[in-house]
Design a protein around this ligand. Structure first.
Ligand code: DGL
Length: 259
């Protein structure tokens, strides 16, 4: 699995809950964080070289692109280059549209994801009867990274960032369309008190189980600790290791990938 940072851990959690004995490896592409600010051709090229490098490092049976920004950009293309299942994470517009009573939903994601053609297509296919307020905020990605490492978050900044949603009282459902955002779901919920938050984590984990042909009643073996890789040395490695250890992840090494 990989993401630009810790966001993909929200997908990881769901996968590990369904299959604690699955051997999982996680790559933080921290050298190119945040993905939401990258030009699309650079991101696409990067994702392809990451996947090839990962497959050289780990004999994986499947790859999870645990990132909406990368998946909405390059998922279909990438499948042409590798011969194992590639599972992506894309905004949960479909369930959100089905759940919404007011038919006004919001998409909270990176600036890149909210403008993708893939996202337009999801909206056209699954939410034709909904108005969608799209809010792309990289700052929230940084807040989520900081929150995971320190447990601290500036509530005023968060309330300010969420204003385009909180000022529209008829929005009843918000799609957390960036894997970083479930990490700050509680603080978001205390700002957006009367909306339902929806994300793709559990659905993605179920899809991974289907692709690996694992059934829910398969006997579980011992929990296996996961290994993480990074693409750049982490400046605050000790805190980082402590934070990710709570997800059952231990340090592997830095994978050097030319930018
Ligand atoms: N967690 C990622 C996503 O789901 C990317 C955030 C970023 O690096 O901008 O979009």
């Amino acid at each position: 699995m990989f993401d630009s940072g810790v966001g993909g851990l929200t997908i990881w959690q769901h996968i590990r809950a369904l299959a604690p004995d699955l051997e999982c490896h996680y790559l933080f592409d921290n050298a190119l964080f945040p993905y939401g600010e990258l030009p699309q051709p650079i991101l696409n090229q990067r994702v392809l070289s990451l996947l090839l490098k990962l497959l050289e490092t780990v004999a994986a049976d499947a790859i999870v692109i645990a990132c909406n920004t990368a998946s909405t950009s390059v998922l279909n293309d990438i499948r042409l280059h590798v011969d194992i299942p590639v599972i992506g994470v894309v905004p949960a517009i479909k369930p959100a549209a089905a759940l919404s009573q007011t038919k006004h939903i919001a998409l909270l994601a990176t600036p890149a994801t909210v403008t993708r053609q893939y996202t337009d297509q999801l909206a056209a296919d699954f939410a034709p009867d909904c108005r969608i307020t799209r809010l792309g905020v990289s700052e929230l990605v940084h807040l989520a990274e900081h929150y995971l490492l320190t447990g601290r978050l500036d509530e005023q900044t968060l309330a300010q960032l969420l204003k385009p949603i909180s000022e529209q009282p008829d929005i009843d459902t918000v799609v957390l369309g960036c894997t970083h955002f479930p990490l700050v779901a509680s603080p978001i919920a205390s700002v957006l008190t009367s909306v339902r938050l929806v994300d793709s984590g559990y659905a993605v984990a179920q899809q991974v189980m289907r692709k690996l042909a694992r059934s829910a009643d398969e006997p579980l073996f011992e929990r296996v600790e996961g290994v993480y890789y990074a693409t750049k040395t982490l400046p605050n490695e000790e805190d980082f290791n402590q934070a990710v250890a709570t997800f059952g992840l231990k340090k592997g090494r830095v994978l050097n990938l030319p930018l």
